[in-house]
Design a protein around this ligand. Structure first.
Ligand SMILES: [Zn+2]
Length: 166
């Protein structure tokens, strides 16, 4: 999928989360309007490759049929079930936040309440038992210790290999 992030429709959305836009006396779905503007035609169904209903990024939209749409929903449903097993409730960004707050001496009880998870999960994050795969992001992007100075500098392509000694 296009690595560009989703363009979330900033205005009205319907109850399924699709962007709404009022054109010519009708409420239309924003992503369908976008698709037709970009592609010059409209397919029976415009699908979201990113599964984000409110997204209008044309790179994430895919024309299709009703049966494509049904299949998409089934796949999305399966994924959603996978995320329901406990600790997937947190997003990676949350985990980083929680770790930071633990370092800042926030109480685990409060963090548990704030993120809507059980305190054992906070504790597991603290002790590195859960979410080990989430790496902390560096607060300030800085050159990896010391190696920086040696990179890029030095011999500027000078060819001192052959040694034309006379
Ligand atoms: Zn998207």
């Amino acid at each position: 999928m296009d690595p560009v992030s989703c363009w979330i429709w900033p205005r009205a959305k319907d109850r399924d989360g699709y962007g709404k836009v009022w054109i010519g006396g009708f409420n239309r779905m924003a992503h369908r309007v976008m698709y037709s503007l970009v592609n010059g035609h409209l397919t029976p169904v415009v699908r979201h490759r990113c599964n984000v209903p409110g997204c209008c990024n044309p790179a994430h939209l895919l024309g299709g049929t009703q049966s494509d749409n049904v299949r998409d929903r089934q796949e999305a449903g399966r994924q959603a079930q996978g995320e329901h097993n406990g600790r997937a409730k947190l997003r990676e960004a949350d985990v980083r936040d929680i770790r930071r707050k633990i370092r800042e001496k926030h109480k685990q009880v409060n963090l548990a309440r704030e993120y809507g998870v059980h305190q054992t999960i906070i504790s597991a994050i603290k002790h590195g038992k859960s979410w080990k795969h989430v790496e902390d992001l560096p607060l300030n992007p800085k050159p990896e210790g010391g190696a920086w100075s040696g990179r890029g500098g030095g011999r500027e392509g000078r060819d001192d290999g052959d040694g034309v000694g006379t």
